[in-house]
Design a protein around this ligand. Sequence first.
Ligand code: NAI
Length: 295
Amino acid sequence: MSLDKNSTVAVIGAGTMGTGIAQIASTFGHRVQLFDISEDQTKDSEKGLVKILQRQVEKERMTQDEVDGILNRITFTNHLNSVEGSHFVIEAIVENLDVKQSTFQKIEALVDQKAIIATNTSSLSIASISSALEHPERFLGIHFFNPAPLMKLVEIIPGISTSSGTVKKARSLIDAWGKTTVQAKDTPGFIVNRVARPFYGEALRIYEEGVADHATIDWAMKELGGFKMGPFELMDLIGHDVNYKVTESVFKEFYYDPRFKPSFAQKRLVEAGRLGRKSGIGFYDYREGAEKVEP
Ligand code: NAI
């Protein structure tokens, strides 16, 4: 059975990525169950989505009816049982192998053997996650970029046990959602995160060595390097907890190759809860009334 508008979708994790993926799926016309273990997170996700969509109405990019339709098709839930019977499940929870594996075991018990199950992991191997599944042939990596509704590219990563039918169905669904898909091998960081690691890593090293401050590095990369965002702005957007974990995981997977060594400065930010935009402060301060940093 192929996946279409009538297929029901479950998104696991209502954080930055899960909320964006739920928005995409609902905009396409699916009924979506958006599950999170945290009630606060679910409330924040709904509030955030309402705000984003309302802005689209103000800018006359969407009608109120369209926005109401998108919101009505999403059920924000803290009960995992709500994903029962979903045809397509995509997980975007914390980047932790044990937590992801145990979540997938619970999900497998709730959906049909033919349902397609995917992970949005940035750095864990698809093979390692799939080892916990009873039916790994219907499991694969589908890696969106942040912000998911705006970023066109999606990486499709079959694991060692993924069937070709699963890849075909998943890829044609994501294409139908209006994304541009690229298939990548199950290797640390896949394509984009592998290439991007030195971008963040070298920027953090330059900053730690005192070569220049973060705003100057961002300014130089944008003004002179032609990048849309500087590395520090981008890490603030991604979330330092997520970005640090991905670096740690890629470093480990590449047998501690010093090219991928994580940064102490970033670790301190994570320890202090300065996670970037989502916590109000990272390298930059996004809180109301905060002074704007100029290079
Ligand atoms: P986030 O921290 O914004 O959201 C994670 C959510 O998962 C939180 O709401 C948390 O309450 C929830 N959660 C944790 N354990 C759970 C469980 N057992 N069951 C249900 N919900 C649970 O994280 P973000 O940024 O959305 O990342 C999620 C995944 O997407 C990670 O695997 C990350 O590597 C990947 N990713 C992140 C990108 C980014 O730029 N932030 C880009 C592409 C992929």
